[in-house]
Ligand binder design. Sequence first.
Ligand code: HAM
Length: 417
Amino acid sequence: MTIQAVRGTRDILPDEVAGWHRVEAAARELFARYGYRELRTPVFEQTELFARGIGAETDIVSKEMYTFADRDDSSLTLRPEATAGIVRAVIEHNLMNTDPALRVYAIGPMFRRERPQKGRYRQFHQVDVEAMGFTSPTIDAEVVELALAFLDACGVRERELLLNSVGDRACRPAYVERLQKALRDLAPSLCADCQRRVETNPLRVLDCKVPADQAAIDTLPRITDHLCSPCGEHFAEVRRQLELLGIPYRLSHRLVRGLDYYVRTTFEVTSTALGAQSSILGGGRYDGLVKALGGPDLAGIGFAVGLERLVSLVPAAEAEPRCDVFLMPLAAGALDPALRLQRRLREAGLRVLLDPEGRSFKSRMKQADKLGARYVAILGEDELNRGVWTLRDMSQSWQLALHEDDILRHIKEKTNG
Ligand code: HAM
């Protein structure tokens, strides 16, 4: 029996990779303009980092992590998201003391054992952006603006920005108590997960996607009606600055997000073009997380984009040309000069291929055609005797007899002209 990829994982094949390159290049180019630098953290960490960082009662930690015992019995977990690992690295390397504008991004695979479906995988990729040490609402607006500028740079225009504030340690406990009270009356009519959440983590009920629960959940008290004045003022200023920058958004009072570290601003960008898994990116403020993970009391805000979903929305990129020159050593003794020429042309920056299997002329021409070769260079019996190559232009069907030394010059002239 053949072995197949693990359920929920997928191969990114060479024909698809141009879209991935495009979004990765857009990220690197754009983020640099906003002062972000790349950081790479390991794909596995100590399990406790995620349990403490993301919250033990979240779906991610309670049911979706790939956790395993290392040979020394310590518990390790494949990262389900990037933020916790980045915060760990910032603390471990004291970046807050050495970086005067702590802004970083990371690109890489994440792992969650969710039920696979279109747009939802068990290994998926994120571009993740984090800014730390800023409490001002200006950075909230800037991070949201950056998220949208990234989608613009990728050519994704059909989208909606959802915005909320989930309060902070000062105002959220009283709201959660109020919410829990209201939920206890509703609980018997809610799904089993929500009934459990009423006691363990009432805010998570707002995240419920079960259709039968929605009408009841919509009647619950809204957090934005119960913000303390500092949170209320912060949120008002974020909204004012977004409006100043001409960024449209929709308030969504149920946007509590699937991770427990958020305070104040939360946001998501959705696209109807994605189907059921409509969220392209999500993020928010996480003041308190750095401290909870053993660091200083440092504010933080960021977002992560799901790359599988983003790439599926990116307009198809033109396929990269695969081959400038296809070499055809046909005569006996033609291989050695062909290998020399191949190396020379590649060193000069051209894309060069030859068929080392020595197939027939006809089948090599077919190959050159399929590869989209612009030129074919033939070295047959006759050429070998005369000390030249036949260079054939595949689109205009002219051909020339050229000495090896002239081939490169000729192609360069044609390409630049
Ligand atoms: P998240 O909302 O869990 O946030 O994930 C962000 C994005 O990752 C989602 O909007 C989605 O596009 C993609 N994603 C999540 N799960 C899957 C999956 N199973 N398959 C495919 N794509 C998926 C975070 O991860 C936070 N760390 C974001 C953040 C950064 N907040 C602050 N800083």
